[in-house]
Design a protein around this ligand. Structure first.
Ligand code: NAP
Length: 438
C-alpha cells in the first residue's frame, strides 16, 4: 500500500478554477514545503507573518488552512528516500496555489535539480520574479528606487531541458559523430555536449503571459531579452516569436519601439504597451545605468536566471528577491535563494525572499489588502534599522535580529495597523510623478 503522509485540513476548502479564473474561498487550503537548509527557519517566520497580515486585513473573516507537503531531504525521510513523492506532485496540482522554501541540488552529479524537475513536471512554464526597491534597504546603487521590473523567465526549455552528454560517454560519441560527420560541425574532441531547445510553443506562451501581465497591471513596456545576434535560431527566434505574439494576439494593446518613433514621434500613446528587445549582455549594463527604461522583461531560461539574480542584487540582494513558478493556473511560489547550508537552523537569515514571494501569492489569490499590509509595514521595520545579519553588515547603526526576531518586529507593525488608503494614494502619486518625469 502507498505511504500517505499528508493531512488535508478539515476546516479548509480547495481553490478551484471556473471560466478560466481562480475561485478562492475565504478558507483556502494552501500547500507549503519548508525546504532544506535554512528553509524551515524562514518558513516558520513567514507563516506567522502571512497569517498575522490576513487576520488584521480581514478581521478574522479569511484564513489560510496550511497543509505541509514534502520535497527534498524531508521527503526522503518520510518516503523511503523518495525526494519528490507522487502525492506531493498531485497535491501541488490539486491545491493549485502553494509556496516552497529552497531545495538542495548537488553540482555536477547526483540527482537532477529538484526545482527544475518540479517546474517541468507540473509544466510551470513561467518563472515570475518581480524586483522592486523597499525604502531603507541597503543597495549598491545611487538610485535603486528606479528599479521596478517583473522578469518572466521561461522555465521549461533552453539548456535546462537536461539534454546533456558527458565527455567520453557512448551517447556523447554518438552525437559527436552525427554532428561532425553528417552536419559538418567542428569542435574539439571529447567535448561534453549540451542541447538548447527553444520552441515557438514555449517562447510564445511565455511572452503571452508577460504581455497579459503588462496589460492587467498597466505596465508600459515588455522587453524581449535575447542573445539572437549569436544564437540566431534559438535566441533570435525567441525574439521573433515574441514580436509575432504581440502583433497577432495583442495588436490592439501593443506597438513596437520602432513604431513608437516612426509613427508616434517617441510619445507613448495612452493605453499602448511598447514591445522592445535588447541583447542579453547589454541589458545587464542598462539595468545598472538606466533601469527605469524597463518594466516587464520576457526572456529564456538561462538569461532569466542570471538576470534576475543580478537585478535582485541591485535592490538589496537575494535575501529579499521573491519568485514564483506559474503554469496556466497552478502556481508554486518560492524563495529565489538557495538553502545556504552554513546557516541552517541558526535562525539567522533574512526571510524577505520567501516573505515577498508570499506577498505575490496573496496578490495572485486576489487578497490585496493582506499583501499591501506586509508591503507597507516592511519599510517601517527597516526604517528603524532592525534587520537580519545580511543587511546589518551593509548598514551603520543597525540592530541585528534573528529571522524570528525580524518576524516579531514585522508582526508588531502589522498589528498596529496601517492607513492603507492614504498610503496607496501616496504610492500611486509617486509612481505617476516618476512616470511624468520620465
Ligand atoms: P545560496 O544557498 O543562495 O547561498 C549563497 C549565499 O547567499 C549565502 O551564503 C548567503 O550569503 C546568501 N543568502 C542566501 N539566502 C539568504 C538569505 N535568506 N538571507 C541572507 N543571505 C542569504 O546559494 P548556494 O550556496 O550556491 O546554494 C546552496 C544550495 O541551494 C545548493 O544545493 C543549490 O543547488 C541550492 N539552490 C536552491 C535554489 C532553490 O531551491 N530555488 C536556488 C538556488 C540554489 P553570505 O554567505 O554572504 O551571508
Amino acid at each position: 500500500m502507498a505511504v500517505t503522509q499528508l493531512n488535508y485540513p478539515v476546516d479548509g476548502s480547495k481553490i478551484t478554477i471556473k471560466d478560466n479564473q481562480l475561485i478562492v474561498p475565504d478558507n483556502p487550503i494552501l500547500g507549503y514545503i519548508k525546504g532544506d537548509g535554512i528553509g524551515p527557519d524562514i518558513m516558520h517566520a513567514c507563516l506567522r507573518i502571512w497569517d498575522a497580515a490576513i487576520k488584521k486585513a480581514y478581521d478574522g473573516q479569511r484564513k489560510i488552512h496550511w497543509m505541509e507537503l514534502f520535497m527534498g531531504e524531508a521527503a526522503a525521510e518520510k518516503y523511503n528516500g523518495n525526494i519528490f513523492p507522487d502525492e506531493t506532485r498531485n497535491a501541488l496540482q490539486e491545491l493549485i496555489v502553494s509556496i516552497k522554501g529552497p531545495l538542495t541540488t548537488p553540482v555536477g552529479g547526483g540527482f537532477r535539480s529538484l526545482n527544475v524537475t518540479l517546474r517541468q513536471e507540473l509544466d510551470l512554464y513561467a518563472c515570475v520574479r518581480p524586483v522592486r526597491y523597499y525604502e531603507g534597504v541597503p543597495s549598491p546603487l545611487c538610485h535603486p528606487e528606479l528599479i521596478d521590473v517583473v522578469i518572466f523567465r521561461e522555465n521549461t526549455e533552453d539548456v535546462y531541458a537536461g539534454i546533456e552528454y558527458q565527455s567520453g560517454s557512448p551517447e556523447m560519441r554518438k552525437v559527436e559523430k552525427f554532428l561532425k560527420e553528417e552536419m559538418g560541425a567542428t569542435f574539439f574532441d571529447d567535448a561534453g555536449l549540451g542541447i538548447k531547445p527553444i520552441s515557438p510553443f514555449g517562447s510564445k506562451r511565455l511572452v503571452r503571459k508577460a504581455i497579459q501581465y503588462a496589460i492587467k497591471n498597466k505596465r508600459e513596456s515588455v522587453t524581449l531579452v535575447h542573445k539572437g545576434n549569436i544564437m540566431k535560431y534559438t535566441e533570435g527566434a525567441f525574439r521573433n516569436w515574441g514580436y509575432e505574439v504581440a502583433r497577432e494576439e495583442f495588436g490592439d494593446y501593443t506597438i513596437t519601439e520602432e513604431e513608437l518613433y516612426s509613427q508616434y514621434g517617441g510619445k507613448q500613446p495612452e493605453g499602448k504597451i511598447v514591445i522592445k528587445d535588447r541583447i542579453a549582455d547589454i541589458i545587464f549594463q542598462l539595468m545598472l545605468l538606466r533601469p527605469n527604461e524597463f518594466d516587464v522583461i520576457a526572456t529564456m531560461n538561462l538569461n532569466g536566471d542570471y538576470l534576475s539574480d543580478a537585478i535582485a542584487a541591485e535592490v538589496g540582494g537575494m535575501g529579499i528577491a521573491p519568485g514564483a513558478n506559474i503554469g496556466d493556473h497552478v502556481a508554486v511560489f518560492e524563495a529565489t535563494h538557495g538553502t545556504a547550508p552554513k546557516y541552517a537552523n541558526l535562525d539567522k537569515v533574512n526571510p524577505g525572499s520567501l516573505l515577498f514571494s508570499g506577498v505575490d501569492m496573496l496578490e495572485y489569490m486576489g487578497w490585496i489588502r493582506a499583501a499591501d499590509l506586509i508591503t507597507l509595514a516592511y519599510p517601517k521595520v527597516i526604517a528603524k534599522k532592525i534587520v537580519t545579519y545580511d543587511f546589518a553588515r551593509q548598514m551603520t547603526g543597525a540592530k541585528e535580529v534573528s529571522t524570528s526576531g525580524f518576524a516579531d518586529e514585522l508582526i508588531s507593525e502589522i498589528e498596529k495597523g496601517i492607513d492603507l488608503s492614504a498610503l496607496r494614494k501616496e504610492r500611486k502619486a509617486a509612481i505617476e510623478q516618476e512616470r511624468n518625469d520620465l
